[in-house]
Write a protein that binds this ligand. Structure first.
Ligand code: ZN
Length: 305
């Protein structure tokens, strides 16, 4: 357990579920503060229909500004795309890494993308050669890999069939997402291990929501199962529009605290990250759910008399 990429998804998965919309300068400041704290991979926007996700309507401008400030960034700014149009927009915006995502169950994906899972998957496969030709790295996230708000528990075989085919098609990274936060660690460890076997050439990642307080335990289980990328969002920001009561992603600062304590070096400065979460909490005007934000890092005060 030595190499782990922490991918910050707060500016995308987090903000898209906030009722308060950040202004473009606020979004950019959030991203700048995160990268100053040592974040090296960050989902900076999502190229979906602006009516469907108003918070992401300015993704073009976000990328334009980031690339204007630094045309050769050391940070990977990635973009989410859910169809061919989104892929084109992400390319035009200058994203060097594009994340595809679809729900593995028919009901979830029809609701979310108005397509069957196989249709979305086929679209992404058809875009791979173009991405490869242009030197764009692509990843595939399988939403509702454990539980679906409409169909219940998901058959692991269904997930693994997509993993196996995505690996064979050459996706360098496949992320299993517990979109609505229902999975428990034993399930996460098992499916992560099986995904590694099904796509041995790909990096397997995990994306966990803390809806039922299993998020950080699931992140640990994913690491044990061999995951090498974990998504997290600053302050634990986020939710899911299709899962009532769903809370945010695991908080980046909570994840950094845990893995650094386990001897996994992330390159992220925990104290600075907590400062970013504090700043964001003030901007949003409501408390964020991260534990480190509440308790701070461990600073022993000596014996209590
Ligand atoms: Zn999510």
């Amino acid at each position: 357990m030595t190499d782990l990429i922490i991918q910050e998804v707060g500016p995308r998965d987090g903000l898209q579920n906030e009722s308060a919309l950040l202004t473009l300068p606020q979004k950019l400041e959030l991203i700048r503060r995160l990268t100053a704290a040592g974040i090296r991979r960050l989902e900076a926007g999502s190229f979906v229909h602006p009516k469907a996700v108003p918070a992401m309507a300015e993704s073009e401008e976000v990328f334009a500004q980031l690339l204007k400030e630094d045309p050769e960034p050391a940070v990977t700014y990635s973009a989410l795309a859910l169809n061919a149009k989104g892929f084109e927009r992400a390319l035009a915006a200058g994203a060097r890494e594009i994340h595809f995502s679809f729900g593995v169950t028919s009901s979830f994906n029809r609701q979310n993308q108005r397509a069957e899972p196989e249709e979305s998957f086929a679209t992404f496969l058809s875009l791979l050669p173009q991405a490869r030709e242009k030197g764009i790295r692509t990843t595939l996230t399988l939403s509702v890999s454990w539980g679906c708000p409409f169909e219940g528990w998901v058959d692991p075989g269904r997930v693994l069939s997509f993993v196996e085919r995505a690996g064979r098609a050459g996706f360098p990274e496949i992320v299993l997402a517990d979109t609505i936060g229902v999975a428990v660690p034993s399930q996460v460890r098992r499916l992560t291990e099986e995904a590694r076997k099904a796509a041995p050439q790909a990096i397997i990642g995990g994306h966990f929501h803390n809806t039922r307080n299993t998020g950080i335990a699931n992140a640990y289980a994913a690491l044990e199962g061999g995951a090498r990328v974990l998504d997290a969002s600053i302050g634990g920001l986020g939710g899911c529009p299709f899962a009532p009561g769903a809370t945010g992603n695991i908080a980046t600062e909570d994840l950094v605290y845990m893995v650094e304590g386990m001897g996994i070096s992330t390159g992220i400065h925990l104290e600075e990250l907590i400062e970013v979460a504090k700043w964001l909490q003030d901007v949003l005007g409501h408390p964020l759910e991260s534990s480190l934000l509440r308790a701070g890092p461990f600073r022993p005060r000596g014996a209590i008399a």
